[in-house]
Design a protein around this ligand. Sequence first.
Ligand SMILES: C[S@@+](CC[C@H](N)C(=O)[O-])C[C@H]1O[C@@H](n2cnc3c(N)ncnc32)[C@H](O)[C@@H]1O
Length: 230
Amino acid sequence: MPIPVEQQNSKLMRAMFHTVAPRYDFITRAFSYGMDKRWKRLGVERARLLERPVVLDLACGTGDFSLLVKRIRPQARTVPADITERMLHLAHDHGLRDGVCADAGSLPFADAAFDCVFIGYGLRNFPHLARAVAEIERVTKPNGVLVTLDFFLPRNAVMRALYLGYLYVQGTFWGFVLHRRPRIYTYIPDSLRSFVSIDQFTRLLRDTGYREVDARSYILGGIGLHWGVK
Ligand SMILES: C[S@@+](CC[C@H](N)C(=O)[O-])C[C@H]1O[C@@H](n2cnc3c(N)ncnc32)[C@H](O)[C@@H]1O
């Protein structure tokens, strides 16, 4: 499957998310029918957070995961990181002040810097998934936890075709209504076509050295929540 041009070119990726940013929170709720917050909350609750954890919120967007962490661990130090400056400005407006403009493929952090790393809907955008996961593992402390939430390819072929078709129709509708540019959200099924299934990502985490890898599947394998311990 061809990889979307935005994924191969960080300038195009930034430009796309720059456009999406002001509508991002709304569109996330619309695409998930309001279930997104519940999935993220479960991700945080099962992250075994220490009392004062140092947390990386990678591909943070407007900072959802950081805000949920702060809610249950007010003493946490959260570092929101994203490739798109405008997303970091929105995260800043939500009270997240330590934003870092960074690319997941080459993180500007020391080895073993974080107790926990969260990634919400970021994995599909990384041009080299295995390289990014290795980089995330590098910046995580031993016994630290990785939590990811993303769209995945359903394993069942019929379900896969229906899901991609559905996302395409929904993306076209919202892209036109919100930006007069359907492509803005048809990027979601396009980036998913060349992506992996929940089970394949579980295997990648294990191959990278994560243990106790666990996953929850939603929407018949179309959304996955993963945990892994370094
Ligand atoms: C769909 S948003 C996710 C926002 C948020 N994490 C959430 O859970 O709602 C994806 C984010 O990934 C960022 N992104 C894309 N490629 C990236 C990369 N290579 N490194 C870091 N961030 C990236 C985009 O700028 C965008 O803010």
